[in-house]
Design a protein around this ligand. Sequence first.
Ligand SMILES: O=C(O)[C@H](O)COP(=O)(O)O
Ligand SMILES: [Mn+2]
Ligand SMILES: [Mn+2]
Length: 510
Amino acid sequence: MTETTDTRPGILLVLDGWGHAEPGPGNALAVADTPVLDGIRAKYPATLVEASGEHVGLLPGTVGNSEIGHMVIGAGRPLDYDSVLVQRQIDSGGLRDNPRLTEALDALAAGGGALHLVGLASDGQIHAHVDHLHELLSIAAARGVERVWVHAITDGRDVADRTAGHYLGRVEEFFATTGVGRLATVSGRGYALDKSGDLELTAKVTQAVADGRGALARDHGQILAGAGDGDVWINPTVLTDAAGEPLATVRDGDAILFANFRSDRIQQLADDLVKHLAESDVRILSLTQYDTEADIPALVGRADASGGLADQLEAHGLRSVRVAEQEKFEHVTYYLNGRDERRREVEEHVRITSDEAPEYTARPEMNLDRVADAVIEAAGRTDVALVAANLANIDVVGHTGDHDATVKAAEYTDGQVERILTAAAATGRWVVLVGDHGNAERMSKPGPDGAPLPYGGHTTNPVPAVVVPAPGQLLPDALRDGGSLADIAPTVLALLGRPSGPAMTGRSLL
Ligand SMILES: O=C(O)[C@H](O)COP(=O)(O)O
Ligand SMILES: [Mn+2]
Ligand SMILES: [Mn+2]
């Protein structure tokens, strides 16, 4: 039985990619006509909270992302994100001496096997850092591995598009400075990092990496010259020798090391390669722990994110309903719950299916009306203490880099927020609205040569946090300044009339 009698129920809305910046060129949110979002920020207790860098458990100056954003919102404390744990292992020398790595490299050196490094080549720092490839090359060289192949994934999403040449050039510099390594394949992240379940895209990368099959090129310059659709959609391409033969294929006795630190987008490829190579004698490792079907040994573990909002709701017997469109479904469930897969009795999940081949610029509305419908339906239930939803449009459309479509996404979000606020008032609920990281408030950025380029990635800007009170609910006039996403779970618990969790170091913004 859910205990709601002494509870003031509410709604937590995470507006994905809702950052704050002063009006200026590239600020799609400042241009958008959003009377509801502007109105509540002016009228109700509101503030800006930090959502990037060390405030949430990333390296200083690093843009926020949906995983760490939702994890910290849920945990009520900053967490050391996987990228930070990797960096710490690099700085301390722990990675160099990592027994899983040294054992694999020593076996390659002794048997003449090749190391295949697979990773995103950019410094977007959402999925990977190109410098980690440098570190891994240098460790391999130091352990006497002579043949190292890099299977580079081009970005164009977390960094400006058409910068792949710059990053592939850096990778080639690493080959020169470490004395090992050669580029074996190049694939756009649209293929290599698909997470929609489209295994045909993944298979093209698997074939290129494992079997040297696919488009062929002599060097990366030739690949980029033909990359008409941008860095994301570079066709998986195999580099060839003078005779036109693939430089590398994966053979018995080789090892593959996945160098991305974020799992969500590389895991489909990792699972596919594991399956493809099931009958071979190839050791497969990942830099960090992946949520793969295959149990791939990782070099660096994960931070403990337990004791967060989900655990507190469970401890108090408070029912929550989680709602999101497919793109962000894991974020309001798995990540908000601290990467804990356990299904709790007091938790219900509503996944709104996305379009089969979503055209975000043509339909910036996505399926937000159905997300709002589900939120409104759950809000009408007296047994539900908290409805937690992700409104994805501002971030997902923002990632296209299309300023005008992103303006439309924000305007549509505004209308759906109004529907939810009306339902909240009718059902006696307060509403907390917060961004998980910036995105749409900055849609252009200087490229590697300093010239401005359209930019669809995340930012280090703070995000708005607003509490819309339930009818008749007395709240302070303002929210505390100087907070971060770590303060959201304590705020939500305080509004529910419950203490903050013992593991939470964040403090209520009220
Ligand atoms: O994977 C992506 O879509 C982007 O690289 C990062 O976006 P997210 O952190 O919002 O998922
Ligand atoms: Mn996000
Ligand atoms: Mn995003």
